[in-house]
Design a protein around this ligand. Structure first.
Ligand SMILES: Cc1ncc(COP(=O)(O)O)c(C=O)c1O
Length: 389
C-alpha cells in the first residue's frame, strides 16, 4: 500500500541509540540486575495537591470535551507564569495548552516552516528534533556547538548557516544533553540575527525550571512577534506522564496552532488541565524540590566519577544529565554504551544520538536513587578500568 512521503521524514535516525535502553528496560522488567540511567525521568512522584486535584476532578465527571486551546483559566495561569519568568506581557490569547513540550514543538514546527524552507537547530539536540522539525517538509540545518568549547553556541557558524530560505531557529535552553544555558549575551546576538533575517525563534525551555532560580535568559520580551516559547510540567514538576505542556507566542501563531490542535487533538482532558492549574499554583515548591533533588545527585555522581583515568565529566549548568567524555578510552560513545551494558548491565545513552560533537560522549541521567547512582559508578569505574591501563 502507498504511504505519504511524510513517513520517511518522521522515521528518525536515532533508533540505534535507544536499542540498549529498550533492551535494558525489558531486562529490568524480567527482574534482571540492570541499572537504567539512559532516560530523563526522575523517580519523584507528582506533587500531592496536583494528584488530589486530578482525582477530585475525575470523580466530579470532568471527562468531557474541552476547548482546543485549553481552558481559559489554565491559559491565564500559564500566561502569568510566563510573564513572571520572562517579563513578556502576554495574556491567555498568547497561550495554547498542548500534550507536552514535544507536542508543542511539533505544532510550532508545522506552523513556521514548510517545503522549501530551512530551519536551523542548535546541536547537540534532543533526538526527536530531526523528525519533528522536518515533518512539514522543511529541511533541518544543524549548527554544532563544539565539544572543545564546552558545547557553547558557535555564533559565527550560526550566522553562516542562515540563508534566504531560513525561517526559524530552534534550540533548547538548558540544553539536553549538555545542560548548557544560552547566556544573555549569546541571546542578544541571536536576537539581532533573528531581527535582521526575520526568523522565528523557537525556544524549548522544558528544563528552565531546573535552572538556577528556575529561570533562563529569554528573547521573548525583546522579540515578542518572533519568539515562540515552549515548556511543560514534565521536568519542572516531574510529571512527564501527564502530557501537560504549552506554547506561548504571538496571537496569530496561537490561532494557527489552535486550528492544528483542533484537527490533531480536539482538546485535552479536563481533569489534567485542572491539575495543571494546581501544578502552576505550587510551581515554586515543586520546582525547588526537583532542582534540589537533581543538584544533590549531580554532585554525588560527579564525585563518584572523578579521578577515573580515561573519562571526564562535563559539569552541566542545569538539568538532569551528565555528559561523560569517553574519548580517552578509545571507544566511541556508541561502543562505550553497548559494551558497558553488555559487561556491567548499566544502561546509558550514546552521545552520538544528539549530534556529531557528542559522538565521543555518553549521557548519564542522574535523576535517580542515590544508592543506584553509587552502584552505577562502581560498574562504570570497573568497566573503564578494563579499557584504560
Ligand atoms: C529538550 C527536550 N525537549 C522536549 C522534551 C519533551 O518534553 P515533554 O515531556 O514535555 O513532551 C524533552 C524530553 O526529554 C527534551 O529533553
Amino acid at each position: 500500500m502507498h504511504y505519504s512521503p511524510l513517513v520517511k521524514r518522521i522515521a528518525g535516525d536515532g533508533a540505534d541509540a535507544w536499542l540498549i535502553h529498550s533492551t535494558a528496560r525489558a531486562a529490568q522488567e524480567r527482574g534482571e540486575d540492570v541499572i537504567l540511567l539512559s532516560v530523563g525521568d526522575p523517580d519523584l512522584d507528582t506533587p500531592a495537591p496536583v494528584l488530589e486535584r486530578a482525582i477530585e476532578r475525575l470523580r466530579a465527571g470532568d471527562t468531557h470535551y474541552t476547548p482546543a486551546t485549553g481552558r481559559q483559566h489554565l491559559r491565564e495561569a500559564i500566561a502569568a507564569a510566563h510573564r513572571s519568568r520572562t517579563g513578556q506581557p502576554v495574556d491567555a490569547d498568547n497561550v495554547i495548552f498542548l500534550a507536552g513540550a514535544q507536542n508543542a514543538l511539533f505544532a510550532a514546527s508545522l506552523c513556521v516552516a514548510g517545503p522549501g524552507d530551512e530551519v536551523i537547530a542548535l546541536e547537540p539536540l534532543y533526538p526527536s528534533y530531526p523528525a519533528t522539525l522536518e515533518v512539514g517538509g522543511a529541511r533541518m540545518v544543524r549548527v554544532a556547538a563544539p565539544a572543545a568549547q564546552g558545547f557553547r553556541v558557535d555564533l559565527r557558524a550560526l550566522e553562516a548557516a542562515i540563508t534566504p530560505r531560513t525561517r526559524a531557529l530552534f534550540f533548547a535552553t538548558p540544553n539536553n544533553p549538555s545542560g548548557v544555558i544560552l547566556s544573555a549575551a549569546d541571546l542578544t546576538v541571536i536576537g539581532n540575527l533573528a531581527r535582521r533575517h526575520s526568523l522565528w525563534i523557537v525556544a524549548d525551555e522544558v528544563y528552565a525550571g531546573l535552572a538556577p532560580g528556575g529561570r533562563v535568559p529569554s528573547l521573548a520580551a525583546a522579540l515578542p512577534d518572533q519568539v515562540a516559547t515552549i515548556s511543560s510540567l514534565s521536568k519542572s514538576h516531574s510529571m512527564p506522564g501527564w502530557r501537560a505542556g504549552w506554547l506561548v507566542g504571538p496571537k496569530q501563531l496561537i490561532v494557527h496552532a489552535e486550528a492544528m490542535a483542533q484537527c490533531m487533538l480536539f482538546g485535552l482532558p479536563g481533569f489534567i488541565q485542572e491539575a495543571a492549574v494546581t501544578a502552576l499554583s505550587v510551581a515554586d515548591a515543586a520546582e525547588s524540590r526537583v532542582r534540589e533533588y537533581c543538584a544533590v545527585r549531580r554532585d554525588l555522581l560527579l564525585a563518584e566519577l572523578s579521578g577515573i583515568a580515561g573519562i571526564q565529566c562535563l559539569v552541566p549548568d542545569a538539568g538532569m544529565f551528565l555528559l561523560v567524555d569517553v574519548r580517552g578510552t578509545g571507544l566511541s560513545g556508541y561502543d562505550f554504551m553497548r559494551e558497558l551494558y553488555r559487561t556491567e548491565g548499566l544502561s546509558v545513552l550514546d552521545g552520538g544520538a544528539f549530534g556529531r560533537e557528542t559522538g565521543g560522549f555518553v549521557r548519564v541521567c542522574f535523576a535517580a536513587d542515590e544508592a543506584l547512582l553509587r552502584a552505577a559508578a562502581v560498574r562504570l569505574r570497573r568497566f573503564v578500568k578494563t579499557l584504560v591501563r
